[in-house]
Design a protein around this ligand. Structure first.
Ligand code: C5P
Length: 310
């Protein structure tokens, strides 16, 4: 395919996410679990700058430990660029510069945001001109959370979490995030959940392979009322994440004691997401957490998905 050479570089920004609700069902034969989840994109972003190059390469900044992010095919952004090149029949490469703000292995979809941003950036850089639907299809092949990083806003995810339907959310929700120096591996946390369920003697077809998001979660999002939402935020992976890191429970309790409405483990953790009533209350929670030596970030959602900045 002949693609027109366009700008010298393309800068794309994609958000991290919180799973406001995460129900995990049984495990399919491919190892993935059935999910019913509600994602919310929050104002913590990954920036990806794509530049023309003959080969594929990646540089990363914004991480404390450079070894925590692979620069080869294990990096989801690299796989995204190569997948798009092969789908478009593009025979050159790209130099990707990734500026990270979302915690690495933190349960906030940072790697998925990098992949979504890389897809959009390379599409624009190479003049590929793929439709949004085609980019979504490629995104789903890269990982369960990648389509949502493209989509942004607030959305219900079913299947592996990759089948999306927009959810109505009014207003803005304030979150205080408490990252953790030590990441958690997503497969390890899912594996722990399976083990805990097996110990409890769950039957092969229990939990089920098809799940729904409870109506009160969707009603709370529609109402724009954080108090109402705080009554229904929930994460099936939380028990497993706390099993791996029991000290996270203290962080949740400290956040609630400091004035947060509720706290949950974000995705597979270890980041803790504390839902607050308004921006002032979020600042109050942050300063109380600081007294206990806990650094945190104040973000809000929903925000848009991956988009071209320049
Ligand atoms: O798709 P992604 O690479 O983000 O998933 C990482 C891992 O999380 C998978 O390899 C799998 O172990 C687990 N996972 C799962 N069920 C899902 C999504 C992820 O078991 N629906």
């Amino acid at each position: 395919m002949n693609v027109a050479r366009t700008a010298e570089s393309v800068h794309v920004r994609a958000p991290g996410k919180i799973n406001v609700y995460l129900g995990v069902g049984g495990r399919h034969d491919d190892g993935y679990h059935a999910l019913a989840t509600v994602f919310q994109a929050v104002s913590l972003y990954e920036d990806v700058i794509a530049r023309h190059a003959d080969d594929f390469s990646i540089t990363v900044s914004g991480v404390e430990d450079p070894d925590s992010v692979p620069l080869d095919d294990r990096n989801l952004a690299m796989r995204a660029a190569k997948l798009l090149a092969s789908a478009a029949g593009y025979d050159r490469g790209v130099a990707l510069e990734i500026r990270k703000s979302v915690p690495v292995a933190g349960g906030m979809g940072g790697g998925s945001a990098d992949a979504a941003a890389a897809l959009v950036a390379c599409d624009a850089l190479w003049g590929t001109g793929f439709s949004t639907a085609r980019l979504h299809e490629l995104a789903a092949r890269l990982g369960a959370d990648v389509p949502f990083a493209l989509h942004g806003g607030t959305a219900v995810g079913t299947g592996r979490g990759d089948q999306l339907n927009p959810a109505l959310a009014r207003g803005r929700f304030d979150w205080v995030l408490v990252p953790n120096e030590l990441g958690l591996s997503t497969p390890v946390v899912y594996g722990r959940l399976d083990a805990l369920r097996e110990e409890r003697g769950a039957l092969a077809d229990d939990p089920p392979l098809s799940l729904d998001v409870p109506i009160p979660v969707l009603q709370a999002l529609r109402s724009g009322d954080p108090e109402l939402l705080s009554e229904s935020i929930y994460n099936d992976l939380q028990e497993a994440a706390l099993h791996e890191r029991p000290e996270l429970e203290t962080t949740i309790l400290r956040g609630i004691h400091a004035g947060a409405l509720q706290g949950i483990v974000s995705g597979s953790g270890p980041t803790i997401a504390l839902l607050c009533g308004d921006p002032e209350s979020a600042q109050q929670v942050q300063s109380e957490l600081r007294v206990h030596g806990l650094e945190s970030l104040h973000v809000h959602g929903p925000v848009p998905g991956a988009r071209v900045i320049s």
